[in-house]
Design a protein around this ligand. Structure first.
Ligand code: RTP
Ligand code: MG
Length: 140
């Protein structure tokens, strides 16, 4: 598998508890390189667009409110098989189901407030990266 890029968000529950560095340490320990990173406060429109795939789900309103409740850190990660490698270190969506050693097992508070986002496929990774970063900001 070739070198790949994925998009990551350190979510409001984690930035609020000052966990950015602890999460970055797990990302780097998993062999992923942080090639772009910035702290932003998402607008409602950005959050609704970003999670548009979930717009008909019952938790959509709550999810958008959560994502704009505090700043987030958006990142691009690069490495071997990065999309799956990051999802493996993130752990299951619901922290109750997450494996030992994963970010969500260690830090997530609930299925909604689960500390991190990671892209789920190459197409969504490319779209999500382009939504938040210009090419010049990616320093591989
Ligand atoms: P993400 O997109 O954030 O990386 O998380 P994921 O792939 O593991 O989970 P996904 O099914 O895409 O859900 C997106 C986010 O919506 C929130 N959620 N809340 N209350 C609920 O039942 C519920 N289910 C999902 C979580 O923040 C989840 O990460
Ligand atoms: Mg998802």
């Amino acid at each position: 598998m070739a070198i790949q890029r994925t998009f990551s968000i350190i979510k409001p529950d984690a930035t609020k508890r000052n966990l950015t560095g602890a999460i970055n340490a797990k990302i780097e320990a998993a062999g992923l390189r942080i090639i772009a990173q910035k702290r932003i406060h998402m607008t409602q429109k950005q959050a609704e667009t970003f999670y548009g795939v979930h717009k008909d789900r019952p938790f959509f309103g709550e999810l958008v409110e959560f994502m704009i409740s505090e700043p987030v850190v958006v990142q691009v990660l690069e490495g071997e098989n990065a999309i799956k490698a990051y999802r493996d270190v993130m752990g299951a969506t619901n922290p109750a189901d997450a494996d030992e050693g994963t970010i969500r097992k260690e830090f997530a508070q609930s299925v909604g407030e689960n500390s991190v986002h990671g892209s789920d496929a190459p197409e969504t990774a490319a779209e999500e990266i382009a939504y938040f970063f210009s090419g010049l900001e990616l320093v591989g």
